[in-house]
Design a protein around this ligand. Structure first.
Ligand SMILES: [Zn+2]
Length: 610
């Protein structure tokens, strides 16, 4: 029986490798875990036993396995993670912010294996190579000292939040390359899918939830309890525990949404539940069903530094945004963003370290679509005292501040700083998708994203895979579009330079001089308004550096506006898009100058936040 089972498994793996880019490929767990841990909540230490079941889906024999030990980023004030941040060095000199993930033993087939640790990376040396299609079961013993929370894992008083916390396999690619990046300050994650069976023993007073489903809970004689979770088709297991959580539950589109709220934040439930409903329903209908029947939304307790984070089947919300009136929709923006990650980060799960835009850019773009659909195109983020700010205003303004620092496509740790990382992989990337939508139309864009999501769920697609789907769905060659916008720092800027108008007999002869200041060529539309109210639409292919548009009209020209429908959302200077023959303040200019003062701080905050 066992032999037959192994043959079937090898056959399945063979199919998986062959068909890794085909929609019909079966899902196969690559890295699965059985973890038993005990939380010492006084010492903030977790003692753990872990079994890892790892399949070699590459084409090569593997003699070394690579793992991530992310918690070691907090082991001293000189780790890569700390060195790359501006603010952590001083903090990390305090003992309470320090943590570590110590490996005690590693075994396979009951024999001890040798291993080595390089800060957040671990190497396990096998006795004999692991052949393609073969799996291995490893047993590890570890000790995790939790830091007072700085980022993504740790504690604050009696509250615990843990993501990416256990010894975790790095991704082995088909060609035999390991994606075993060290933990960088603004790098996110990349992991294989698998099955998780996690038992957590902790004092009775804690309310706990996490990725997956609680399948057992038992009281122990020593005033502790053991809670067992099971999750399938996920690539991390995150959990939160606090004695203070208040539970609220709702069912949205067949998904049980569990809110873990802190007592002071109970009033937020209604608003958060409404935002969750909007986001879940949008993504279910636009991309494909959320593949699980539970989602946990945790009110975290760690102030602004704690961030809102996304984990499979679990997201956290920052608590310390004070009560905001309904027309400041920061809670909605953040919750929708984190929830949308369930599709792009949780299910599609591209390499966030090297191609972060495939998650953050897609998530930011989708968040904007939902905000616009639900709360209107203008003022969907803020609509107060006559000031209207939309999610799109925010993205454009951020992009305009730093249009040329880095391209979007780049390993996260190679960006000049965290601001450039944020501007590119979140905001510019979201605008590139919006620009693509403006070129191919909303209907095609919907088809494209649906096709991409369904084809590549659980498969770690790369940028090239997305481009291929885009070309297939649209029937257009899009390689130069993506090359310029993703891989280069070129900009696009068209200008109305001059308007000359002379009356000859009863006819006005007008020349509108248009310029192309950027390197990226886009076809543009021009809207001419005459003094009698007549409107004329013209087009320019935008290829030359300049172009004279000549018109003969009965009424005098009043204004010329380039891209009047705002399709080129990545225009690097919108202030030169219009000219008027009369004193005339172009509304977009007014809008930008009004917001300039306070947008600066909001933007920096948003970049730091996600
Ligand atoms: Zn995000």
């Amino acid at each position: 029986m066992k032999r037959n089972f192994r043959l079937i498994k090898i056959f399945l793996i063979f199919l998986f490798i062959l068909s890794s880019s085909n929609a019909w490929a079966n899902y196969l767990p690559v890295a699965s875990y059985k973890i038993d841990i005990r939380l010492d909540d006084k010492e903030k230490i977790i003692y753990g036993q872990e079994k890892i079941f790892f399949l070699n889906i590459s084409e090569k024999n593997i003699d070394t396995l690579y793992l991530h030990l992310y918690a070691n980023a907090f082991s001293s004030d000189s780790t890569i993670f700390v060195r790359e941040s501006k603010s952590l060095k001083k903090m990390m000199q305090k003992e309470e912010y320090r943590g570590y993930l110590k490996i005690k033993t590693v075994k396979a087939f009951s024999k001890e294996l040798s291993w080595d640790v390089d800060e957040t990376r671990m190497m396990i040396f096998l006795f004999e190579p692991l052949k393609p299609g073969r799996d291995i079961e490893l047993s590890l013993e570890f000790e995790l000292k939790l830091p007072q929370i700085i980022s993504r894992m740790g504690y604050d008083k009696d509250n615990f939040i843990l993501s990416e916390w256990f010894p975790k396999m790095a991704v082995l690619e088909k060609e035999g390359t390991w994606k075993d990046f060290p933990y960088h300050y603004f790098t996110e994650f990349f992991s294989d899918f698998g099955t998780y069976d996690v038992s957590i023993t902790l004092p009775l007073k804690y309310i706990i939830d996490g990725t997956g489903y609680i399948v057992a809970e038992k009281k122990n004689p020593d005033s502790t309890k053991t809670v067992t979770f099971k999750a399938e088709k996920v690539h991390d297991f995150a959990w939160c525990a606090s004695p203070d959580f208040r539970i609220r539950k709702t069912n949205i589109d067949g998904v049980e949404v569990v809110f873990l709220l802190l007592p002071g934040d109970l009033y937020k439930y209604q608003r958060w539940a409404e935002a969750a409903e909007v986001a879940l329903k949008y993504c279910n209908s636009h991309f494909g069903r959320y593949p699980y029947s539970k989602l946990v939304i945790v009110d975290s307790y760690i102030g602004l530094v704690g961030m809102a984070i996304e984990c499979p089947m679990l997201i956290t919300m920052p608590p310390k945004i004070p009560f905001l009136p309904e027309n400041i929709r920061l809670d909605e923006e953040i919750l929708i963003h984190e929830l949308v990650h369930q599709w792009w980060y949780g299910v599609v799960a591209s390499d966030e370290a090297e191609e972060a835009w495939l998650d953050e850019g897609f998530t930011t773009y989708t968040t904007r679509k939902i905000m616009e659909k639900e709360y209107g195109e203008k003022g969907n983020l803020l609509d107060l005292w006559g000031v209207k700010i939309s999610d799109q205003n925010l993205a454009k303004w951020v992009y305009l501040k730093y249009p040329k620092l880095d391209p979007i496509f780049k390993p996260s740790w190679e960006f000049v700083n965290s601001t450039s990382y944020g501007v590119n992989v979140y905001y510019k990337a979201s605008l590139v998708l919006e620009l693509l939508e403006n070129i191919i139309g909303e209907e095609k864009m919907d088809t494209l994203l649906k096709e991409y999501y369904n084809r590549y769920q659980f498969k770690h697609p790369k940028t090239d895979d997305f481009i291929k789907v885009a070309e297939k769905v649209t029937g257009q060659k899009l390689d130069s579009f993506f090359k310029e916008w993703l891989f280069e720092t070129k900009t696009c800027d068209y200008e109305v330079r001059k308007i000359k108008s002379e009356k000859k007999e009863k006819i006005y002869q007008t020349t509108v001089e248009l310029r192309r200041n950027g390197d990226i060529i886009m076809p543009v539309e021009i809207l001419i308004e005459l003094e009698n109210g007549e409107k004329i639409k013209e087009k320019w292919d935008g290829k030359d550096k300049w172009f004279e548009l000549k018109l003969e009209t009965k009424a005098k020209i009043r204004s010329a506006i380039l891209d009047p429908e705002n399709k080129i959302v990545l225009d690097a200077n919108v202030n030169n898009n219009g000219l008027s023959t009369k004193p005339y303040r172009w509304p977009v200019f007014k809008l930008f100058s009004n917001y300039l003062f306070w947008m600066e701080s909001v933007i920096q905050w948003m970049i730091d936040f996600f």
